[in-house]
Design a protein around this ligand. Structure first.
Ligand code: AMP
Length: 414
């Protein structure tokens, strides 16, 4: 788990701001759920997945309740829906940290952040298209170029069940020629064998039955409508029949966004899909759902690789250098901040040289200097830090008006 320091933390906030802007324009409201849930919220929805069986941070609390730190947020959203019963379709977005006890490496951490949306209570294939389009727009707003979309459908639950049996037969017949890890996975979840990156498994995976052979008419029609919708919106995609995704609650449409610059083992920027049984599994009415979660850290790594979406500038207007004791700086910063100017100052009555160094480092547009002469004359020296003309002495009472007159460009509303 890591600390995120400024200015990198500013980038994190901006990431979420951009996401919120994209999805709120599309009618999604923010849902905030607790970091902790009853363990059952996660085990009830995915007891055959690594995320739930091996990677969860769980503990017994002082009230003897078995608690888990959330490893993902879709289950919490469905739990909230079952609890509050809002009017469908319920379109919500979220952001926050998740916890998985995985082996940490670049792009994989034990605490990581996601943003995402979920829509509960509508079956419409064009809703699948809508959520994919929102993620697509978000990446574009960040400036990411190398993102590819892969999609698949797992069919209706009955289709999926028949497919899983066919896969079980297929991989079982491979016997010992399948890797030991995949044989272990096969016992729990045959679909996940398709995810194996091990060399020895590849010929068996290539020869495995394809999910499309198992689609019912309804599942095929739903998937075709999704693909037609993506084409209509000019969103490029590839159908990947081997895409299964990590959590086993998905049905019908599933999709993943991959970053072109990232290592193939960690190249999923985000993903999601349709899950029609989750709310019911959590005690609510049978409710269709669709959504996605996008990883923050991995997306920022992709942004770094593409040299886009850098750390936002601090955006200070003024830095007050007061070598008369600090009371002037206290008063001027308070006045300017209240007037809407981003303002910082030096402390501890340090030397002019030391405070000017801080002013430089702060990135502020102007240094406002108060020495003994200025204090006596009731003035402040305004020194442009980026070559915007000469420094001038301004009456102390005019300082705010003077800054405003220089330009409204960097000024924030009070
Ligand atoms: P998942 O919930 O596993 O489908 O993950 C959705 C997205 O969250 C992934 O595509 C990653 O971008 C991100 N993600 C998942 N697990 C981790 C992790 N351990 N560390 C960093 N990002 C992660």
């Amino acid at each position: 788990m890591r600390d995120i320091l400024p200015p990198e933390s500013g980038r994190w906030r901006h990431f979420t701001d951009v996401f919120a802007d994209v999805v709120e324009r599309a009618g999604y409201g923010q849902l905030i759920t607790p970091l902790l849930e009853d363990l059952g919220v996660f085990t009830r929805i995915g007891d055959a997945t690594d995320v739930v069986t091996k990677e969860m941070y769980d503990f017994v609390d002082k009230g003897d309740r078995h608690i888990a730190l959330r490893p993902e947020m879709t289950a919490s959203v469905c739990r909230a829906f079952a609890e509050h019963r809002p009017t469908p379709p319920w379109k919500i977005w979220y952001s926050g940290s998740n916890f998985r006890y995985e082996k940490p490496q670049r792009g994989r951490y034990r605490q990581f952040d996601q943003v995402g949306v979920e829509v509960l209570g509508a079956d419409d294939p064009y809703l699948d298209v809508e959520v994919i389009a929102l993620a697509w727009e978000f990446y574009a707003r960040l400036g990411l170029q190398q993102v590819s979309l892969i999609v698949n459908s797992l069919g209706e639950p009955a289709d999926r069940a028949r497919y899983v049996e066919a896969l079980r037969d297929h991989f079982t017949s491979a016997g010992d020629t399948l890797s030991e890890q995949s044989r272990e996975t096969l016992g729990r979840n045959p679909l996940r064998v398709l995810d194996s990156k091990r060399e020895v498994d590849q010929t068996h995976i290539a020869a495995a039955p394809q999910i499309a052979e198992f689609y019912s008419d309804g599942a095929a029609a739903h998937f075709n409508a999704v693909l037609a919708g993506l084409r209509a919106l000019d969103i490029p995609f590839t159908v990947e029949p081997k895409l299964v995704r990590g959590l086993d609650y998905y049905r019908r449409t599933i999709f993943e966004f991959q970053g072109g610059t990232l290592d193939s083992a960690q190249n999923a920027l985000g993903g999601g899909g349709r899950y029609d049984g989750l709310v019911a599994a959590l005690g609510g009415p049978e409710t269709p759902g669709v959504g996605f979660a996008l990883g923050l850290e991995r997306t920022l790594l992709a942004c770094d690789d593409e040299l886009v979406f850098g750390a936002a500038p601090v955006g200070l207007d003024a830095f007050v250098v007061d070598v008369t004791g600090g009371l002037q700086a206290a008063a001027i910063t308070a006045e300017l901040r209240a007037a809407g100017f981003g303002t910082d100052r030096g402390y501890d009555n340090r030397s002019m040289k030391a405070q000017m160094k801080l002013a430089n480092r702060s990135g502020a547009r102007f240094a406002l200097i108060v020495g003994d002469d200025e204090l006596a004359a009731g003035t402040v020296v305004v020194k442009p830090m980026y070559g915007e003309g000469d420094q001038v002495a301004v009456a102390r009472s005019e300082i705010s008006a003077h800054l405003a007159s220089l330009s409204d460009q960097n000024r924030r509303e009070p």
